[in-house]
Write a protein that binds this ligand. Structure first.
Ligand code: NAD
Length: 295
């Protein structure tokens, strides 16, 4: 079992660190927020006074932070305090450029590094069912595997530095676009007098089939476990979808790719967020689509 430093104990990082403790690792945790540190202590982690103190004696360092600037700031602080050859893994969702810079910082100090953003949300973090999309050298991925396996059920090595982040934002761009497409189809069906169930029964077994429809249906009824049946409680909040679609647009602009539907999806989610619905599950975008009819 490894000595693991875990930095960033929020909605995702808290339960992920707890699962590492449950798997038998010695976890030393740090977060800026006292309540998160207290919860990690209750979950069995040792608590460090600072992020730098948390990495003392660590074989592996994991970060789970809001955005690229936080990851670069923490990695800049902790890497000089890590023993040579230590593995550092970032599980946050951040921009590809910052992820590459973070890998470069690690390489300069002789550390192994992996970008490993996740899908599966807070339920996946608690239930050890996350998917990790990993970028980094083969040797670093091989070292990260046994640790990540204690926090999730599926690992994909997507390529070199930043490839995990690239995979994450491309996947979530598909999801953002397809959820709007499914919402539009139901909104049109309502106007045409077609029942939700009839559209679902046809599209779920026809060429309109997709995850947004069959696993996360944005109207109540056809998929009982979808947030639509629970007042659109997240799930995956719309403001996080805005974040991921913005990362996709930034990456597209930097790489010279043109993603017109990704751009439009970002605009629609931003409008939904600006109307005060940022905390609503992203499948609630159907409400925004319906509201456009009256304008
Ligand atoms: P969160 O805001 O709940 O947690 C982030 C934590 O980082 C906070 O507790 C904060 O205090 C801490 N932090 C910030 N700066 C720090 C620093 N310098 N040192 C130590 N701690 C610091 O966010 P979250 O929901 O846990 O998400 C974390 C990451 O995972 C984000 O990048 C998010 O986009 C991604 N993600 C979230 C979900 C989700 O459903 N919540 C799903 C997939 C991916």
């Amino acid at each position: 079992m490894a000595n693991i430093a875990f930095i960033g104990l929020g909605n995702m990082g808290g339960p992920m660190a707890a699962n590492l403790v449950k798997a038998g690792h010695k976890v030393t945790a740090f977060d800026l927020v006292a309540a998160s540190r207290d919860q990690a202590k209750a979950d069995g982690a040792a608590i460090a006074e600072t992020s730098v103190a948390s990495v003392k004696g660590a074989d592996v360092v994991v970060t789970m932070l809001p955005a690229g600037k936080h990851v670069l700031s923490v990695w800049n602080e902790v890497i000089p305090a890590m023993a040579k050859g230590t593995l550092i893994i970032d599980c946050s969702t951040i921009d590809v450029e910052s992820a590459k810079q973070a890998h470069a910082l690690a390489a300069k100090s002789g550390a192994l590094s992996v970008d490993a953003p996740v899908s599966g949300g807070t339920g996946g973090a608690k239930g050890v069912t996350l998917t990790f999309m990993c970028g980094g050298e083969e040797k670093a991925f091989a070292a990260a595997k046994p640790v990540l396996e204690n926090m999730g059920k599926k690992l994909v090595h997507c390529g070199g530095a930043g490839a995990g982040q690239a995979a994450k934002i491309c996947n979530n761009m598909i999801l953002g676009i397809s959820m709007i497409g499914v919402g539009e189809a139901f909104a049109l069906a309502e106007k045409l007098g077609l029942s939700h169930q009839a559209l679902f029964d046809v599209a779920s077994t026809s060429s309109g089939q997709c995850w947004a429809l069959t696993s996360y249906c944005p109207v109540p009824g056809p998929v009982p476990a979808s947030p639509a049946n629970n007042g659109y409680k997240p799930g995956f909040a719309s403001n996080l979808m805005v974040k991921d679609l913005t990362l996709a647009q930034d990456a597209a602009n930097a790489a010279g790719a043109v993603t017109p539907l990704g751009k439009h999806a970002q605009e629609l989610y931003k409008a939904f967020d600006a109307a005060g619905h940022g905390g609503v599950d992203f499948s609630g975008i159907i409400q925004h689509v319906r509201s456009l009819a009256g304008k």
